[in-house]
Design a protein around this ligand. Structure first.
Ligand SMILES: Cc1cc2nc3c(=O)[nH]c(=O)nc-3n(C[C@H](O)[C@H](O)[C@H](O)COP(=O)(O)O)c2cc1C
Length: 206
């Protein structure tokens, strides 16, 4: 089984990476492989609501959104990590994930996910809440830890000094691994996915 992670920082080796790496190292101890996709510093388009998403994903092909979806198809669980900017996730991870989920949310359904927020000091829980919204609307069970999933640090490397933050990351990995193993055991026992009601879209109450 594999966990796909997304680092929403432009810095490949910053504090968000340190936090995700701690999750990854613990996942490997649980027998689960991982990959960290770096969102990087290149421009990322916003979703423009064109409604032209298709079986190939988003119509814009000049960044890594559709490549990420292809990896997500093969993954069994997810961790999205972001630096905190003005008490919200980085603009680039929101632009990226809006397009990933608007074009391809079915790829994520019934696979567990977790978000991680990394900050110098404040805005972590607001950012954490924001990223968790992608999971809730996509029928994804959410993995928690022994604290909200946050790590503190300012300049790259400082996150390694946040012992409680790193412990939270390791416990998150343990919980995520446990959920993934439980789901696999359920599948092997023949427990199918729930059937959903579809067809009603009430945009406002008359
Ligand atoms: C534009 C900008 C806004 C920031 N806003 C906050 C903030 O609201 N709260 C906070 O604690 N840290 C804030 N920071 C600090 C970063 O969250 C912190 O340095 C973090 O460790 C960066 O993660 P990275 O190394 O993975 O990029 C901000 C940094 C930048 C560049």
């Amino acid at each position: 089984m594999k966990v796909l992670m997304l680092n929403g920082s432009a810095k490949a080796n910053g504090n968000t990476y340190t936090a995700l790496l701690e999750v990854g190292k613990q996942l490997e101890k649980e027998g689960i492989s991982y990959e960290i996709v770096q969102i990087g510093a290149k421009p990322i388009r916003d979703c423009i609501g064109c409604g032209k998403c298709n079986e190939n994903g988003c119509v814009f092909t000049d960044d890594e959104v559709n490549a990420f979806v292809a990896k997500a198809r093969e993954a069994d669980g997810f961790v999205f990590g972001t630096p905190v900017y003005y008490a919200h996730p980085s603009g680039r991870i929101l632009s990226f994930l809006d397009r990933v989920f608007y074009s391809s949310s079915q790829v994520f359904r019934f696979k567990p996910g977790a978000s991680v927020a990394v900050a110098r000091r404040g805005g972590t829980t607001a950012s954490f809440d924001c990223l968790n919204k992608y999971f809730g609307i996509s029928q994804m069970p959410v993995a928690g830890s022994t604290y909200w999933n946050q790590v503190h640090g300012r300049v790259p490397g400082e996150a390694a000094l946040d012992e409680e933050g790193l412990q939270t990351m390791r416990n998150l990995a343990r919980n995520l691994a446990w959920m993934m193993k439980c789901f696999e055991a359920g599948r092997e026992k023949g427990i199918g996915l729930p059937e959903m009601e579809r067809g009603v879209m009430t945009n406002f109450i008359r």
